[in-house]
Write a protein that binds this ligand. Structure first.
Ligand code: 7TS
Length: 405
């Protein structure tokens, strides 16, 4: 059996206090904490291997290049992509989606074409498509969600038509916790010839993702939500699509040859990686993947499900507390509101107890509009959370309610 107490001990930040209280970190959906071995991998790179990649013939640069490209192969295996050239390193989910909207979108869409997104998307999977809509005169259609925060496959099927060119959907909602049936959604979209982009920012740290099994065309995620560093992300894309797409940014590394008359672009994945990449970020990502795989995603999913069940039950007992997002298939996120209490006031009081959680719209304002709330309080889990964190949360909420109501 996996000892999650030992796993928690690997996160140095959790040993510190906040406002005199032991830190209870319940905001992994925003960004996860980092285990010691990821922190060590970053310092080790700067202490012993720091050099630019793909350029120097000296040993140091070669070692940095081997580590960097090794990270790409580790990432390929992690999501089961066919080839490592299908793994593009980016700054994060947001940049990955912008890359597709900008490069694939401009090259393939024209007036009258349709993009479908769901009502539960993060702003990162709304705004890039809106910008494209305004530029190209295409149609942006919204697949609505029900009162539990779920999409309907029947509704999707009815919306899809020959006009639909891309379906862009979150794998797991950051505001509701809903896990979408992305494989089935992809299969439906493919039937009308549409391609599919999956925003996997919230999914990848919590469940096994196999891009070939989902059969999606693009899959985007961020390293910092999966125990890696900020400023580092991944775009998986099917080779055939990536080959046909124009570069996203111009500069070093993405070229094969340059004259003032003409530039020949580099092969995949470099065509999409202009400029010096986030080398330490890639190394940290590979270390984070090793960390996750050592525990096992099945173990992680089972453990976080138990936390979810325990917390859902404990929170449901609090008077006037309403959980927003009650999907049957749900990951480790609970959003809630308490009648008569402003989310920010509650979060501020919880901070006094050393509890870090998020209050706000969670960059998913349309979800707030759907449920007619201006904000929610949100807790989200990582491998380091335990049942005691939830007990402390409930005590702190009850104490805060005594002050606020
Ligand atoms: N998509 C989803 C589903 C997300 O949850 C987030 C970040 C993003 C995209 C953007 O990721 P980034 O790494 O490019 O910023 N979500 C959150 C959150 O829930 N709280 O802070 C950031």
């Amino acid at each position: 059996m996996t000892d999650f107490t030992k796993i928690r001990q690997q996160f140095p930040i959790l040993k510190q206090t906040e406002n005199g209280q032991p830190l209870v970190y319940l905001d992994s959906g925003a960004s996860s904490q980092k285990p010691q071995l990821v922190i060590d991998a970053i310092s080790q790179y700067y202490e012993k291997e720091n050099a630019n990649v793909h350029r120097g013939v000296y040993g140091l640069s070669e070692r940095a290049t081997v580590a960097f490209e090794g990270a790409r192969e580790t990432t390929r295996q992690f999501i089961n992509a066919k080839k490592s050239s299908e793994i593009i390193f980016t700054r994060g989910t947001t940049e990955s989606i912008n890359l597709v909207a900008s490069s694939w979108g401009r090259a393939n869409l024209q007036q009258g074409d349709e993009i479908i997104i769901t009502e539960m998307e993060h702003h990162s999977n709304i705004v890039p498509w809106q910008m494209l809509r305004d530029e190209l005169g295409i149609v942006l259609s919204i697949l609505r969600i029900n009162e539990r925060g779920e999409i309907s496959l029947d509704n999707l099927q009815q919306m899809l038509s020959a006009k639909t060119k891309i379906l862009a959907i979150t794998h797991m909602s950051n505001a509701l916790g809903t896990i979408n049936p992305v494989k089935k959604m992809t299969s439906l979209a493919n039937k009308v010839g549409a391609i599919v982009l999956v925003d996997g920012a919230q999914a990848v740290p919590h469940m096994q993702v196999d891009v070939q099994d989902i059969a999606c065309d693009f899959y985007a995620f961020s390293a910092h939500k999966m125990y890696g560093s900020t400023g580092m992300g991944v775009l998986y894309g099917k080779e055939q699509l990536l080959e046909a797409m124009p570069p996203y940014q111009g500069g070093g590394d993405m070229i094969y040859s340059v004259t003032f008359e003409k530039t020949q672009y580099n092969v995949l994945p470099y065509k999409f990686e202009a400029g010096t990449p986030h080398i330490s970020g890639a190394i940290a990502l590979a270390t984070a993947i090793d960390f996750i795989q050592k525990i096992g995603l099945e173990n992680i999913a089972n453990y976080e499900n138990k936390l979810l069940e325990y917390a859902t039950h404990a929170l449901s007992k609090i008077d006037n507390l309403r959980i927003i997002g009650q999907a049957k298939n749900k990951g480790g996120v609970i959003s809630f509101v308490i009648d008569g209490v402003h989310s920010h006031d509650m979060a501020t009081l919880m901070d006094q107890d050393g509890i870090a959680l998020r209050a706000g719209h969670h960059c998913a304002m349309p979800v707030m509009q759907k449920f007619q709330v201006s904000s929610t309080i949100r807790i989200s889990f990582g491998v380091y959370n335990n049942f005691e964190d939830i007990d402390k949360l409930v005590i702190s909420i009850n104490e805060a309610l005594g002050m606020l109501i």
